[in-house]
Design a protein around this ligand. Structure first.
Ligand code: G6P
Length: 615
């Protein structure tokens, strides 16, 4: 949610900033802007509504020189996405520029006070209040920019990662964070700052993850300094090695990141499983569980918290844990959990699931669970993100950077790790028999190849997508393990094609959605040959008898469904608990091709952002 990037060094800042913004565009693309401090001490601002490419057009031909600069790509929270509300925001005197990711909750109060002191505001943003406040403090206290930033941040409530520059100081870049991510890349005589490491890759692999309530002071030619916001004391600097390659950030011959990420799933799941299934498929090793065996053995309940697609993975996780660990499990939206007065104690385990590791609601849910004494476990993709640094323990899904806004490979990675975790904890608690454990692990071990097989439906789904691109509404139905798969299939379609789609438990359909069914509303029904197959057949018939078209996702070799459904897509046969992994593949492809047929921007769908760092 909003991306910020900054550079200080001897190269032209503009080029590095624009490239960095493009890599951060997944965080928002409502507007973009740069502020450059020229060697002659001038501050130049270029900003524009829309994507980074618009900014490039606006800035082409303009003076974009300077070796210090900050930039921003926005997902609008306060004020509509127009040129004026675009960052960087500049103080009244035009001397200080600032970019911000997050929200300033007490901005209205601060704005009122500043207006009483004669400050005028151009934008509707909360961010402009912060830059004006910094200037006000600097002028009234005759202090340095660093002191003014620190003082201002102590008055601010909310979440932020900020970068600040000043017109007459081409040698200083100041950054700070609280509840929004910020990474500093330390190069040879140059330093980079960004919301995540992607803009830094290719320049340096030495990074510092700023912690909450820390200020980073980056002075040309000097080592980075990190200070505590509260007492101004230097913090210990932990430089880490970045394990991210440029190839992982490119489309690799595919038209879009989303398609690349769908087709990458055999290899991402291989990475996700690597070294975790051992003893000839008779045991799982997950260090987060192995190191906390007592916690998992004695836990009385597990609560899964997440948002969006990760929440769908959590719903599948619930069934897995119930089936294999035979213990009570709850699933909560992080945003509801955090304000729901959850009853927790030290016998509770809270598992937070997040691709980005930065989702504000999930982070807040973790803080709350920790405060109540629960043991908090994280399942995350982005290494070093805020969530894995906040949780007591956890597991990375290791599927590599996911850039398409609609999550695909992260979802299958999350479900895979949840399967491993449920099996591991189930074995630890003596709740699963050896034969079942072995059967599931053997199938899971082969899941990369199985997904490769499942991806062969691509041409068929592409063809089918043409028939259904006309529809304005879709119903996705599934039962048991595949009710969450239905939710996820519907979400994919909504996100990227803007077609209304509802996911529903197939049997619940008759309590409402059935009224919507007519020949204009197709249903996608997930009906693998599992324990609920006979039940779902009746649901297919209920749709058919009301004139609705049915696309059925069935297990390979199921010819009987051909007589009932309009179209059948076959998926490889796997144990029931693994069917969501396989059934998701045609659903991802269907959503993808429908969106492409409708001419939509699948990687950057309107109004969405990949990393939601506001509540
Ligand atoms: C946004 C993204 C979704 C994602 C959700 C949760 O809405 O567009 O793809 O599922 O946030 O994000 P997280 O990073 O916590 O999994």
């Amino acid at each position: 949610m909003c991306g910020i990037v900054g550079y200080i060094g001897s190269n032209r800042a503009y080029d590095i900033l624009i490239q960095g913004l493009k890599r951060l565009e997944y965080r928002g693309y409502d507007s973009a802007g740069v502020a450059l401090v020229d060697c002659d001490g001038k501050l130049k601002i270029h900003k524009s509504q829309g994507k980074v490419s618009n900014l490039e057009s606006i800035a082409s031909g303009a003076n974009v020189e300077g070796h210090l600069g900050i930039a921003h790509t926005r997902w609008a929270t306060h004020g509509e996405p127009n040129d004026i509300n675009a960052h960087p925001h500049v103080s009244q005197s035009g001397m200080i520029a600032l970019v911000h990711n997050g929200t300033i909750e007490n901005y209205a109060v601060l704005k009122k006070v500043l207006m009483e002191h004669g400050y005028e505001f151009k934008s509707e943003t909360d961010t402009e209040v912060l830059v004006q406040l910094i200037e006000y403090i600097k002028l009234t206290s005759s202090c340095t920019l660093l002191e003014a930033v620190r003082e201002a941040l102590l008055q601010v409530e909310g979440a932020y990662a900020i970068a600040v520059v000043e017109q007459n100081d081409p040698d200083t870049l100041i950054v700070a964070r609280k509840s929004s991510p910020l990474v500093i890349g330390v190069g040879e005589n140059e330093t980079f700052i960004a919301s995540d490491a992607t803009p830094i890759v290719g320049y340096t692999d030495q990074v510092i993850y700023l912690k909450d309530n820390e200020i980073g002071v980056i002075r040309r030619g000097e080592p980075v300094q990190v200070l505590s916001m509260f007492n101004n004391e230097p913090s210990t600097i932990n430089i880490q090695k970045l394990k991210l390659s440029l190839a992982q950030l490119e489309k690799g011959g595919y038209d879009t990141f989303m398609l690349k990420e769908i087709f990458e799933q055999p290899s991402t799941l291989r990475d996700c499983l690597r070294g975790r299934i051992v003893d000839n498929c008779r045991r799982v090793t997950l260090s987060g569980v192995d190191l906390n065996q007592e916690r998992f053995k004695t836990a009385e309940r597990i609560t899964l918290v997440a948002c969006g697609t990760s929440w769908h993975a959590a719903l599948i996780g619930k069934r897995l844990i119930q089936d294999f660990c035979k213990m009570p499990v709850e699933v909560e939206y992080a945003s509801e959990f955090r304000y729901g007065n959850p009853v927790l104690n030290e016998k509770d385990i809270v598992i937070s699931i997040s691709q980005s590791g930065e989702t504000a609601d999930t982070l807040a849910a973790i803080e709350l669970a920790k405060a109540k004494g629960a043991f908090v476990y994280g399942i995350c993709n982005v290494v070093g993100a805020s969530i894995p640094r906040t949780t007591d323990s956890g597991t990375y899904i290791h599927v590599g950077p996911e850039i398409g806004v609609a999550s695909t490979k992260a979802f299958t990675g999350q479900v895979t790790v949840l399967t491993l975790l449920a099996l591991s904890v189930g074995q630890l608690r003596g709740a699963i028999d050896d034969a079942t454990l072995h059967e599931v692990l053997a199938a899971l071990d082969k899941i990369p190849e199985t997904i490769e097989e499942a991806l062969k439906v691509d041409p068929e789904v592409k063809k089918l997508s043409r028939i259904f691109s006309y529809a304005h509404n879709f119903l996705y139905l599934g039962r048991g393990y595949n009710y969450p798969t239905a939710l996820e299939g519907a979400l994919k379609l909504k996100e990227i094609s803007y077609i209304h789609a509802e996911g529903y438990p197939a049997a619940e359909m008759k309590h409402g959605p059935i009224a919507l069914i007519d020949h204009d509303m197709p249903s996608v029904i997930i009906a693998p040959s599992d324990s609920l197959y006979d039940k779902i057949i009746s649901n297919v018939q209920q749709v058919k008898s009301r004139g609705g078209a049915v696309v059925a996702i069935v297990s390979k070799g199921n010819k009987a469904m051909n007589d009932i459904a309009d179209f059948c897509i076959e998926i490889p046969e796997v144990p029931e608990c693994l069917t969501p992994l396989v059934a998701s593949i045609p659903l991802q492809l269907l959503a993808y091709y429908i969106a492409v047929n409708k001419g939509k921007d699948v990687d950057q769908p309107r109004n969405l952002a990949k990393s939601v760092t506001v509540e």
